[in-house]
Ligand binder design. Structure first.
Ligand SMILES: [Fe+2]
Ligand SMILES: [Fe+2]
Length: 341
């Protein structure tokens, strides 16, 4: 049995903060180990089979689960699989006999965190609980810190986005609407969540370089002269200049400089082609075109969604990425997509 100083590396105060769920069908074993565990952990819940265990998990939200494998009604691995599918990060420790080695492959597939062999050495079990809970808490702390950083970056980008649009009342909300549509396209394409976040943030500042264009030109009520157009066309470069030194975890500066590039090389500022244009920028390009065409401009009324869809259809695979166009049309056809929200 355990002695007080057999596990000196364990922080007892930390163990006392833990809620543990222990699942075991054999009453004698369950009672013996429960008596031991309750001395060390904060709260202990027990269950007598996998099904009860899965229910107790939902009810008590433990920090660690310790389970036997062979049990009636639902075995320990089936329960582990159920738990992992709803809450993958909670550590599960499996108590196993050598004769149950066949279960190992299944346990690995399920993502069981640790094994303790029978007969249970209580010090080993305690150390397994401690270590897996520590790792779990550490991971959660890192995730929290990362989330705070991303939130701060998002807020900074939001402020920058609003500052640009305040100068130019006619395109007020343009970047926000492009961000809505570009995000929906990226999600429809099944891009990773992190890439989708980058696209949303890049869209919110894609026209930041317009800060260099005089507001008389931006809000000019007539069709622009060639000189004025040329001036406006400097905004991707200007935006890149503003953002190039930033260390965002997404290629925001690249999205900004490439959002007017076109697949056939007819875009600006660098005449890039096909895959040389970042996927993020190819998505923003389509969302930008659709938003611009469906919005009122000082020199023309809004052209409407049909005209915008016709435009991107015509340019599909020529100037606009085919997959992006298909996704965009799908998104626009969805009744629940609120472009002007
Ligand atoms: Fe632009
Ligand atoms: Fe734009």
């Amino acid at each position: 049995m355990h002695t007080e100083n057999a596990t000196p590396q364990i922080d007892r105060d930390f163990l006392k903060t833990l809620t543990v769920l222990y699942v075991e069908d054999e009453e004698e074993v369950r009672e013996l180990l429960s008596r031991f565990l309750i001395r060390w952990v904060g709260v202990l819940h027990t269950a007598t089979n996998g099904q009860e265990g899965a229910q107790a998990f939902l009810e008590h939200k433990p920090d660690v689960v310790v389970t036997d494998i062979k049990m009636p009604v639902m075995d320990g691995l089936e329960m582990a699989s159920t738990i992992k599918s709803s809450s993958s990060e909670v550590p599960i420790i499996v108590i196993t006999a050598y004769s149950e080695r066949d279960y190992f492959i299944r346990a690995i597939e399920i993502g069981v965190d640790q094994y303790v062999t029978k007969p249970v050495n209580t010090d080993v079990l305690l150390l397994a609980i401690y270590k897996s809970a520590r790792q779990h808490f550490h991971r959660r702390e890192i995730e929290k810190a990362e989330k705070l950083t991303v939130d701060a970056l998002e807020q900074t980008i939001g402020v920058l986005s609003r500052a640009i649009e305040m100068r130019d009342p006619y395109t007020d909300g343009h970047q926000k609407r492009v961000a809505l549509l570009a995000t929906a396209i990226a999600e429809d394409m099944g891009l990773p969540t992190d890439t989708v976040t980058g696209i949303r943030l890049g869209s919110l500042v894609h026209d930041v370089g317009k800060i260099r264009v005089p507001s008389e030109v931006l809000s000019c009520p007539r069709k622009l002269s060639k000189n004025e157009m040329d001036f406006i066309r400097t905004h991707p470069d200007a935006g890149f200049e503003i953002l190039k030194g930033t260390t965002f975890p997404w290629p925001v500066a690249r999205m900004v400089i490439e959002h007017h590039e076109r697949l056939d090389g007819s875009g600006y500022p660098n005449g890039l082609k096909d895959d040389d244009i970042a996927i993020e920028a190819r998505i923003i390009a389509v969302a930008d075109t659709v938003e611009a065409m469906t919005s009122f401009r000082p020199y023309r009324p809004a052209l409407g969604i049909e005209a915008a869809v016709a435009e991107i259809r015509e340019g599909r695979g020529i100037i606009y990425d085919s997959e992006v166009v298909d996704s965009c049309i799908r998104v626009l056809e969805k009744a629940d997509f609120k472009f002007w929200a």
